[in-house]
Design a binder for this molecule. Structure first.
Ligand SMILES: [Zn+2]
Length: 245
């Protein structure tokens, strides 16, 4: 009974926090008064929490709010019932950070430097405590180097491709390099490379499903870009929350 009660309260709190930060950080780069995620206008706390229509642009708040809150409640339940690798509050904090970065990358296709900086501080502290200084540092370095290599490889392939067609798309952004560096601090060495395989594998399956769907609907576009942060985070998420220690 206590588990359900904790899941509902702490889960709701985490969901609201993720939604709130994902709304204000892309506009203001810091926590501010709650604002409309469509037009950026400040909203009163009451109308924000009650998911009222924005008085300025009349937008109703998106389905995302509900989805995030439901996932967050389920997640707090999961943390309490599954033997995860960190204690309750650390697991919760890391989940909230993962959630904010994922939502912002999906909606704005950007990984904010500010969120990377805060994650670096939190993840390095957890990393030191969990697996010591060297594993943490090598994890961060490994994450940086491998993602930097993939970043340049992506640029090179696009350069060769764009000689045939004129497009200025970007494969991996530098935000992905920053993100994977801080995930390396959190997971340590060599776990960060396991996370990389999970990320590549899941992104591959997702892209394949996307291409198949486009082929079936006959709207295939070869320049379709997908956000990568959710997959990088999914790699770390799997190791921290889904695999028994
Ligand atoms: Zn608005």
């Amino acid at each position: 009974m206590l588990i359900i009660w904790t899941s509902l309260t702490i889960g709701l709190l985490g969901g609201i926090l993720i939604n709130y930060l994902a709304d204000c950080l892309p506009h203001r780069r810091r926590p501010t008064k709650p604002l409309c995620n469509h037009c950026g206008m400040s909203l009163s706390l009451q109308s924000y929490l009650l998911l009222r229509q924005c008085p300025n642009c009349q937008q109703r708040r998106r389905v995302r709010y509900i989805v995030v809150i439901l996932i967050s409640i389920w997640m707090v339940f999961w943390i309490q019932t599954f033997p995860v690798r960190m204690n309750f509050w650390l697991s919760w904090l890391v989940f909230v950070i993962f959630g904010v970065i994922t939502v912002i990358d999906i909606e704005y296709r950007v990984i904010l430097f500010e969120s990377v900086l805060v994650s670096a501080l939190v993840f390095a502290t957890i990393g030191f405590a969990r697996h010591g200084i060297w594993s943490t540092l090598f994890g961060g370095l490994g994450g940086y180097l491998v993602m930097f290599f993939l970043y340049w490889l992506g640029k090179l392939i696009l350069k060769i491709k764009s000689k045939a067609s004129s497009s200025n798309e970007e494969a991996l952004g530098f935000g992905d390099v920053n993100l994977f560096t801080v995930l390396g601090l959190l997971l340590g060495f060599p776990a960060i490379f396991v996370a990389l395989w999970i990320a590549i594998f899941s992104a591959g399956i997702f892209s394949l499903a996307l291409v198949l769907r486009m082929l079936i609907l006959r709207q295939y576009r070869s320049d379709m870009a997908i956000p990568y942060a959710p997959f990088l985070i999914f790699g770390a998420f799997t190791l921290l929350y889904l695999i028994r220690p």
